[in-house]
Design a binder for this molecule. Structure first.
Ligand SMILES: [Zn+2]
Length: 193
């Protein structure tokens, strides 16, 4: 079911011309599927055939759902999301780390990256929300850069659920970000610039 949702979303983005080429920032169009791969989920493994896109400008092809995001990091995105939510709510990174059983430095790294990328994340997820729900009203300021980014993610996830059915908000966020929600390289954020 989640696979279905992801596929619908990717199709919607492909058809809307909303995905940009990581190489040249041209527009990606549909281009078959990548080979099947195993996804490690909370309730066991399953197979997925990610969609592929082809850049209309440079003709390069790209797997749209990154292996890293959907296998190794899939279980983690909910954990990272929980840490971000707790931080925006005012909890310190050491306490968050202790509660989640993660290293403090690791949690601090996630949070720092979220702060650094807050504007791009807010802009991207606001755009996603509008694509998913064209009748969406204005997204109101939540009080700070990180709170606005978190709110934009929540609004986009709700729009996604309204359109495609129930799903975990952070998993949706991962898919909507192309799996690079907290990427270390700025170039991974080509969709947001
Ligand atoms: Zn290209």
């Amino acid at each position: 079911m989640i696979v279905c949702g992801e596929r619908s979303l990717v199709e919607a983005e492909l058809l809307a011309g909303g995905l940009s080429c990581p190489s040249c920032r041209g527009v990606l169009g549909p281009w078959g599927h990548a080979r099947e791969r195993v996804l490690r989920g909370l309730v066991g493994d399953r197979l997925l055939r990610p969609r592929r896109g082809r850049c209309r400008a440079c003709l390069g092809t790209h797997v749209l759902l990154s292996h890293v995001a959907l296998s190794r990091r899939q279980d983690e995105v909910a954990v990272i999301g929980t840490a971000i939510e707790a931080s925006v709510a005012g909890e310190g990174y050491r306490r968050i780390a202790a509660r989640l059983g993660a290293y403090a430095d690791t949690v601090r790294g996630w949070l720092r990256r979220f702060v650094e990328r807050a504007d791009q994340i807010r802009a991207h997820f606001t755009w996603c929300a509008v694509v998913l729900d064209p009748e969406l009203g204005p997204v109101l300021p939540a009080g700070s850069g990180v709170a606005d980014a978190l709110e934009a993610i929540a609004v986009a996830a709700r729009a996604w659920v309204l359109r495609f059915g129930p799903g975990d908000p952070w998993r949706i966020a991962s898919v909507l970000s192309g799996g690079v929600l907290l990427a270390t390289r700025a170039s991974a954020y080509s969709w947001a610039t």
